[in-house]
Design a protein. Structure first.
Length: 292
């Protein structure tokens, strides 16, 4: 399928983009107008873009259906301040309720049942139920167009961050299972970033990995190993030597079972190596593969 912007309706393109560019973190933006009226609204065109200075950007895009702008954007132009609250699973339904397009002046804190907390350095309130609340000043708003669907990039500098202690691990770092964030997918779908959805991929070594192209041909062209498996092996700094001292009962059983069947032996060894790689045991996986 090939999609060229301009050749399909904006609403269709919007749906494809949101389905493909996902999951997206949620900016739960608290703003206030010049009359002191609070507004609370979620946006998934959002991310962090730097740490010195600490920069967050979110975009209340123009509505596709009627080309109007959102109250959050109006308030940002008025006050140049915002509190960006993150969204945990425990508050996702209330957050969704706050996205209703209530008339200007209606307080979504009240409608959605959230608790406003006075900020330390900006006028908009923080959301007490959010596990992380970031008080920000607005540095710039970049309008990318004037038609429905156009982005309005709100560039914010974090002045103060509030973080609940109960989302931290014993080392004082944020535990993804404790903060239990949700992210936006396409259509009505969300995903929950905790539990079995979380996995670790260790960053590349300080030294360069050998790369998939340097793997022996029987490994690189394996019908059993996946691209992820090859990526793990390619991140090794060198191909290790086969160590005869390595004693493994399953290797011995495979060699015995397939002593006269070289193809079957390779398949069985590669399947075993794949299991080891899935368990994070790259060292033994190498020994298995080198045996084949």
């Amino acid at each position: 399928m090939k999609i060229v912007p301009g050749e399909i309706k904006t609403a269709q393109l919007h749906a494809y983009l949101l389905g493909a560019i996902a999951p997206r973190p949620i900016c739960f933006a608290s703003t206030i107008d010049n009359n002191g009226n609070a507004n609370l609204s979620p946006f998934s065109f959002f991310n962090v873009f730097g740490s010195k200075p600490p920069i967050l950007i979110f975009s209340p895009a123009r509505r596709v259906r009627d080309n109007t702008i959102k109250h959050s954007l109006e308030n940002v132009y008025d006050t140049k301040e915002v509190v960006i609250n993150v969204v945990s699973y425990a508050m996702v339904q209330q957050m969704n309720l706050s996205s209703c397009e209530y008339p200007k002046g209606v307080d979504e804190f009240v409608k959605a049942g959230f608790t406003p907390v006075q900020s330390d350095m900006v006028k908009p309130f923080r959301v007490k139920e959010s596990p992380a609340q970031l008080e920000c000043k607005v540095l710039q708003v970049i309008e990318t167009g004037q038609e429905g669907g156009a982005a309005n990039l709100i560039i914010c500098e974090v002045l103060c961050m509030h973080l609940y202690d109960n989302v931290l691990d014993e080392l004082g770092k944020i535990d993804p299972n404790k903060i239990d964030l949700v992210a936006r997918m396409g259509a009505d779908y969300y995903c929950r970033a905790s539990g079995s959805a979380i996995f670790e991929v260790h960053k590349p070594n300080a030294e360069l990995g050998i790369g998939v192209d340097a793997l022996p041909a029987h490994i690189r062209n394996s019908s059993i190993l996946t691209g992820n498996d090859l990526g793990m092996l390619g991140n090794s700094t060198a191909i290790p030597a086969l160590n005869p001292a390595v004693s493994d009962d399953r290797i011995a059983a495979i060699l015995k079972q397939f002593s006269s069947n070289s193809d079957g032996k390779m398949v069985a060894l590669h399947q075993y190596a794949k299991e080891l790689l899935s368990a994070g045991n790259t060292g033994l996986a190498w020994q298995v593969l080198l045996t084949s």
